[in-house]
Design a binder for this molecule. Structure first.
Ligand code: GLN
Length: 569
């Protein structure tokens, strides 16, 4: 009887403890009060603030919290869609068709969330909204000013993005001290003031340069950057120090003392073999624990097993293959960020290290093509705009098709494949795209209906997620194993339906269509190990824990090609 009672007692206590734990989480999830993490950057740009924010998101998500992210960009473009990829890098497209900063790609890949236009705001958009309201008379009688009108608009965007989550991670683009990011910094200062210390956490990401001649890392730029931040009313709750190599505790103590943050709030993230190791490093530095303690949030524990597996597989590949990316922006590979990452994801999944060969399409000479492309196990032509380098891309597709090298075309890569096939297989003389030569006779690629009427260039392409019907008994079907899929688009041109019959009779397979069959979305070839191209951008939906199926098949066939090549040479 006595032991029955004690078992019952223990049971009740255990149930109460579990209820308390989940009760805390649930009550936190239900009390609607979003907490905020603001990430600023100091010293230099390109510190990987996006990866840091995304990794913190991954850590907090793994603890059962509902996370969303907002990127604030200080430039005056409404979105990066009208910028040169050489300057800005890739334009990431969300399901709802927003053209956004490439950091949104990191957030989606690490946190496995679907973001939208609320998750990316530029100063241009903020000013546009304010000026629109001014014209509508919403501020009648007032003098419209940066403070409070612009800062209020920024705060509205932050609250809107944080509406449905437990924690909003908000990354402020640029570097502290820039003139253009001042209104953003002021807005986040005001949010801390309003919401209180326990609801807001400030992270400042800074850089510790290693000076060869002194043989040590230097902390002074970080000290100045924190001082600049303090001058704007923000005391960081965590300093996240990027460095080439791991820094010593001595350096951490020095920074703690001079930057007025506790030693426990100085974390280090050195350069890593793979960016997917960042969540593990930040966990080791107790970053998520510190945030949760500060924000007074109880959460479940997680061992990050999936991330550990990704990192282990990346570091212990069984094979290496050579993938050629034939494009225009090859000197600035940030322009192909999601494509690069999607290839890496598939490689990790198949225990294979991808060796990237960025090939400038403009420099491809027909006489040298064999020498340059023969070493490749797979060739990919990614998205792009304009006619520069087109001939080199066509020559690469021809080489891949004739030599049975796996070929994967994405968006422009599909259009190039259709042009190449039209010229060399369907014998359509001088076949081209309306984009490159609008007056040409055989426009096998032409404007999507209504696109030629468009005069405003910003945000007017065919953008965002659209359904695609997959034809059975095709490679596309074998890859997706579904009749209807959704993929993201960003283009103005499409395959001209007047040429469908000619292309089909010459052997081209159309394996994916818009559900009304008006737009061709996927093409492939039969007598080829992998010749597949799509009008959409599958790279946007790949993540390390769930690589995209087309990328997986492309890499699998490239591995096969590599093995065959080893046998021949
Ligand atoms: N320039 C082509 C178009 O607008 C392809 C675009 C792309 O590759 N994203 O249709």
């Amino acid at each position: 009887m006595y032991s029955m009672c004690s078992i019952l007692f223990c049971y009740i206590i255990a149930v109460l403890l579990i209820l308390k734990k989940f009760g805390n989480i649930i009550s936190m999830k239900c009390n609607n009060k979003t907490k905020f993490i603001f990430v600023t950057g100091g010293v230099v740009s390109s510190l990987g603030k996006g990866i840091v924010s995304a990794s913190i998101g991954a850590l907090l998500k793994s603890r059962g919290l509902n996370i969303s992210v907002l990127k604030l960009d200080p430039y005056l473009n409404i979105d990066p869609g009208t910028m040169n990829p050489f300057q800005h890098g890739e334009v990431f497209v969300t399901d709802d068709g927003a053209e956004t900063d490439l950091d949104l790609g990191h957030y989606e890949r690490y946190i496995s969330v679907k973001l939208n236009c609320l998750n990316s705001k530029s100063a241009g958009q903020i000013y546009l909204n304010v000026l629109e309201k001014e014209r509508q008379g919403k501020y009648l009688g007032e003098t419209v000013q940066v403070i409070p009108h612009i800062t209020d608009e920024i705060k509205n965007s932050i609250y809107l993005a944080g509406e449905k989550c437990n924690i909003l991670i908000c990354e402020v683009g640029g570097t502290v001290g820039d003139i253009e990011s001042l209104p953003f910094i002021e807005a986040i200062r005001q949010i801390r003031q309003k919401e209180g210390i326990k609801s807001v956490f400030f992270i400042h990401v800074s850089y510790l340069p290693y000076i060869d001649t002194a043989g040590e890392v230097k902390t002074k730029p970080t000290q100045h950057s924190v001082k600049a931040l303090l001058g704007l009313g923000i005391q960081p709750d965590l300093l996240l120090l990027r460095s080439k190599n791991k820094i010593s505790n001595e350096i951490k103590s020095k920074i703690s003392l001079f930057c007025n943050v506790p030693l426990t709030a100085v974390a280090n993230c050195p350069d890593l073999a793979t960016i997917y190791e960042a969540p593990l490093i930040l966990r080791n530095e107790h970053v998520d624990q510190l945030i949760l303690e500060h924000l007074n949030i109880e959460s479940i524990d997680s061992d990050l097993a999936e991330w550990k597996n990704v990192v282990w597989k990346f570091k212990h590949p069984k094979k290496k293959i050579n993938i050629g990316i034939v494009g225009k922006y090859v000197n600035f590979t940030e322009s192909y960020k999601s494509v690069n990452e999607a290839l890496i994801h598939a490689g990790i999944h198949l225990n294979t290290r991808i060796i990237f060969h960025y090939i400038d399409a403009e420099n491809i000479k027909n006489e040298e093509i064999e020498k340059n492309l023969k070493i490749l196990d797979g060739i990919l032509v990614p998205g792009g705009f304009g006619e520069r380098g087109i001939n080199g891309k066509i020559a690469s597709v021809k080489f891949a098709r004739e030599n049975l090298i796996p070929y994967f075309g994405i968006c422009l890569g599909l259009q190039i494949a259709v042009i190449e096939f039209s010229i060399n297989c369907a014998h359509i003389i001088n076949a081209t795209s309306e984009e490159f030569d609008p007056k040409a006779k055989n426009l096998v690629i032409h404007y999507i209906k209504n696109q030629q009427k468009i005069t405003r260039k910003g945000g007017t392409m065919r953008l965002g997620s659209y359904p695609c019907a997959i034809m059975e008994n095709t490679m596309a079907y074998d890859i997706y194993r579904q009749k209807l899929i959704f993929e993201r688009h960003r283009h103005r041109y499409e395959i001209n339906n007047d040429y469908r019959d000619k292309l089909v009779s010459a052997g081209l397979i159309f394996s994916g269509f818009s559900p009304d069959k008006n737009l061709i979305e996927i093409i492939e070839l039969k007598e080829h190990p992998f010749f597949l191209a799509c009008q959409f951008h599958p790279e946007f939906l790949s993540n390390p824990l769930n690589p995209h199926p087309i990328f997986k098949r492309f890499i699998k066939e490239s591995i096969n090609h590599n093995e065959k090549r080893q046998l021949i040479y």
